[in-house]
Design a protein around this ligand. Sequence first.
Ligand code: IYR
Length: 226
Amino acid sequence: METKIINGYTHVKYSPLQFSEKEMLERSKSYYELLNKRRSVREISDRPVDEQVIHHIIQTASTAPSGAHKQPWTFCVVSNPEVKKQIREAAEKEEYDSYNGRMSERWLKDLEPIGTDWHKPFLENAPYLIIVFKKVYEMNEGEKANNYYVNESVGIACGMLISAIHNAGLVTLTHTPSPMNFLTEVLNRPSNERPFLLLPVGHAIDEVYVPDLERKSLKEMAVFYK
Ligand code: IYR
């Protein structure tokens, strides 16, 4: 392996992927087409999924860049039916209160086309719940150490997690029960971790419907300064 010392630290030679112009065009298009087929799915079947697939998906997420490469995340994978039930009950309790008073009329109106309500059966039906925790600081043998750009880092990792789930032919949705502190207790997480996002993962039910949404065109969401 070719190496070089920078600031007293070893750097290793890296060979970025490289493609011809034609391949680049094709690959960028087909990756877009792949991800453009992703939809948030709220009706998840209890059909089992090989745990190895979940391992790969999480390993993919953990390739995300992070502030000072601190990798400030923990992925908790719940398949235990008792724990799923506990999470569903606690989440639905919070969601019930949110839908019945905590959320504004305008917010509820904005959610009407999506068709959500406080019922969260996917929290029990899905074979896996991945609960992503952000590590607001690091604990190394009782010593506190800093993490940096934690929300950005964990947000990027979650994006990569979602794309890996889709690539495997599975579905998910980003569930953010609010408040979500109950996850810290149910999953017995240490005090340097905070719940960030909950993703049920599994196969969609046989005949599944999703809202008839459109994505913004390039013109609507990108500005080119030439
Ligand atoms: N957390 C709630 C409400 C909710 C909020 C938004 I913004 C959504 O895009 C979808 C749902 C829930 O999970 O139902």
